[in-house]
Write a protein that binds this ligand. Structure first.
Ligand SMILES: [Zn+2]
Length: 410
């Protein structure tokens, strides 16, 4: 994957540096001098981008992607820091997330899946009678016993699906429970996957402690076969769409990196269903995991909507979020919870935009590829498709075209 145009090659390198600057500025948005520095550099790279005439389809994708990243990222920073920002809250969100995105959040808030939520809490309560604390020695022993098997399964599946190179090696460490939720992570440099103890549910069954590993598999698919595979397959891409922390932290790319990883979770459910006996888990274990993750995403969408309403209250004098929600949901408990307990604004929830919008933007890409090549071709060329989805970290605006390009040219 080579850029042809020389000026674009220069710009690509320069943009890598600019993304780092933008990331630092995001960390100190109140600094008005920092804002001047950021804006000056932005004007400079935008001007250079305007001077370039792409010499290939790939050049064109790279240039448009740089422009999309710069524009949408700048819009976010302006929304947070420009006192004269011109767009209203809904128009802003639709610009950074796509037309109709605000409405989609509103629909989810208007009619949440109450039945699923109710059934989930009933089922979980039943299970909780036999639950064992992760802090016990027995629980940790039971979790540890799973680690080699998880490692073997992930490597085998990743290689057979073409997600990981054949000579790929990795290590898994189990994190201590601490507060029970210490998060898992993937270190792409050392190829170390640290798995949080929350990946397991511990139960007392037939006089022993058993660990149910469904969530651990889910996390391993997300981190290693999602983010890890995306990173490895983007290594040879130009700077502006390699998987680095700064590129992945631009507003319009966050939903692509998370969309890819969340799609890997979907593959995980299939994987688990095919191996229920081997893994000594039940359909119920998998359903609880899958439904739980779907409800989690619903909650994130609701929080994002609440945050935008809080912003609306700050920005629009006459807007009353409580009244608006009460009218929308006919649910005074929800409206009160928003008024009394919900403290976040978009600035606080920004870091979750990837997880919130990931499934939406991934599906937009899949839809475009399916429309171009047909469902049958896609079903018969799964490996090729997966590889194309993992090549480069793109803005969600460009991602559908980029994946289509790699399907045609690889
Ligand atoms: Zn992730």
């Amino acid at each position: 994957m080579e850029i042809k145009n020389n000026k674009l090659k220069q710009l690509d390198k320069k943009v890598g540096d600019f993304y780092r600057l933008s990331h630092r500025y995001l960390g100190s948005l109140s600094n008005l001098y920092g804002r001047e520095v950021y804006k000056r550099e932005l004007a400079d790279v935008l001007y250079e981008a305007d001077q370039i005439t792409p010499e290939s389809t790939f050049d064109d994708l790279i240039l448009k992607n740089i422009q999309s990243n710069l524009r949408l990222n700048d819009l976010t920073l302006d929304y947070l820091s420009d006192p004269n920002f011109s767009l209203d809250v809904q128009s802003f969100f639709d610009k950074i997330a796509g037309d109709g995105a605000f409405q989609l959040l509103e629909d989810k808030v208007r009619s949440p899946p109450w039945k699923n939520r109710w059934e989930m809490s009933e089922k979980t309560q039943e299970r909780d009678y036999t639950r064992v604390s992760p802090f016990t020695e027995e629980a940790q022993k039971a979790a540890k016993a799973w680690v080699p098997q998880i490692k073997e399964d992930i490597l085998k599946y990743g290689k057979s699906e073409g997600l990981l190179p054949e000579d790929f090696k990795m290590n898994i460490l189990l994190l201590p429970p601490k507060d029970g939720s210490e998060s898992s992570n993937w270190n792409s440099v050392t190829k170390l996957f640290s798995l949080g103890s929350y990946g397991f549910d511990f139960f007392h069954k037939n006089a022993e402690v058993v660990a149910i590993p469904t969530r651990a598999y889910n996390v391993a698919f997300h981190e290693v076969l999602g983010h890890g595979a995306h990173q490895i397959n983007s290594q040879n891409m130009p700077f502006s769409c390699k998987f680095t922390e700064e590129v992945g932290a631009m507003t319009p790319t966050k939903s692509i990196t998370e969309g890819v990883a969340m799609n890997a979770e979907k593959e995980c459910y299939k994987f688990l269903r095919d191996r229920m006996n081997n893994l000594r888990i039940t359909e119920e274990d998998i359903n609880l995991l899958q439904e739980g993750m779907e409800l989690e995403n619903q909650t994130m969408n609701e929080y994002m909507y609440y945050a935008l309403l809080k912003d609306k209250e700050l920005k629009e004098k006459d807007f009353d979020g409580y009244k608006h929600l009460l009218n929308l949901t006919k649910n005074p408990v929800m409206a009160r919870a928003f008024k009394e307990n919900f403290k976040g604004t978009f600035e606080d929830l920004w870091k979750h935009t990837g997880h919130t919008l990931g499934p939406l933007h991934y599906e937009k890409m899949r839809q475009k590829v399916e429309n171009t090549f047909g469902k049958e071709y896609l079903d018969n060329n799964r490996k090729k498709f997966h590889k194309a989805t993992l090549t480069g970290v793109w803005s969600w605006e460009i991602y559908p075209d980029a994946v289509t390009y790699f399907m045609k040219n690889n």
